[in-house]
Design a protein around this ligand. Sequence first.
Ligand code: CA
Length: 405
Amino acid sequence: MDPLDVMMNKEKVIPYYQPIISADKQLVVGYEVLARMETEEGVEKLGWFFQDKSIPDDFRLELDDHMQKKALDAFLETEQKDVLFFNYDANLLLKDNGETLLKRIEPYREKGLNLNQIVLELKEEEVSNHLDDIKHLLAYLQNMGIRIAIDDLGQSNTNLDQIAMLKPNIVKVNVTFMEAEELPHLYREVHHSLAMLSRKIGATLLFEGISNFNQLNYAWRNGGRYYQGFYLMRPVPKFVNSAICKEKMQKEFHHFIVFERRKMEAQLALSNQLNQQLKALMKKISEQDSYDEMIMKVAKDCNPFAFRIYICNEEGFQQSSNAEKRRENDWVLIEEGRYKNWSWRPYFLENIVRMNVEKRGILSDLYTDIDRDERIRTYSYPISESLYLFLDIPYDFLFEQDGLL
Ligand code: CA
């Protein structure tokens, strides 16, 4: 289809609405407005029209305006209480300082539209080109009550500092990348950081492009509050009953929770097992043993679980060498690690305090070991109030057990 054909047949361009569902109530909370065109071959997508920057700005603005009018008319006529998400080209928004948009919305305010029922979706890529200018415009719009979503986030080149600076209300992450069989670690780490950042700046995380069970599960595990995608609901020409996905979501959440609980139970079981084993072993260690003799005794006892063992004091200074496993049951002492300080590591001090209060060991989360470049966990154990044992558990072991990865 030709851009001119679209413009000549504007009345055939209609909004479709893709429901956005929230995790907390499992209800539809809003709709992304998508352009569709009625043709003789059926209803066709028009996304390309808005992404093609070679189409004159005026055409794209005109069609955007046409879509917004149709959607807002329908929205008010059917007395919707939810939110409309409009895609907007950040360049076009900047070009007239949001005037076209505000002019479009103004008459609807008089008819009862609340500005916080409008979310503007801006693509990260476009926003980052004009960061300084757009920052002020967005703050102005937000002040009026319009909410801002940053779209198409979570690619590996996402700039977290830019997001923090823009303070969007909603952060949209596309999960279609997961269709490639193996989930790249890179994305998982970026999304984890995004989840943390969103929490800090008070933005809501929305996962879109959810087209299967695994992607919904991923969104749920990564702090997504809003979900959007074919797996939940396809775009439709009319607004829907807000409880349309409730039953399905509740069923899926139940599966997620059962599965995650099993994982947590497996972690707790390993933690308990190591705690008991080390407690028993400590009774056999004599006070005359040096720290290096201690860790070699632990290495012998915990051989299947560990590939590296060392002891730190309560301030994080390493007191022993490293005991490192060369081959099965073949441990060596590496002196170089002694007197290094580990207090700067995430969770280190928090874990020391916790172990001191709870008088038991702690199993860490999964993280990547710098030397081995593989995902591991660390078990920390309080020997006394001033001595703590650290036992690094290899990927191979975690892999063989259920629920530890
Ligand atoms: Ca969008």
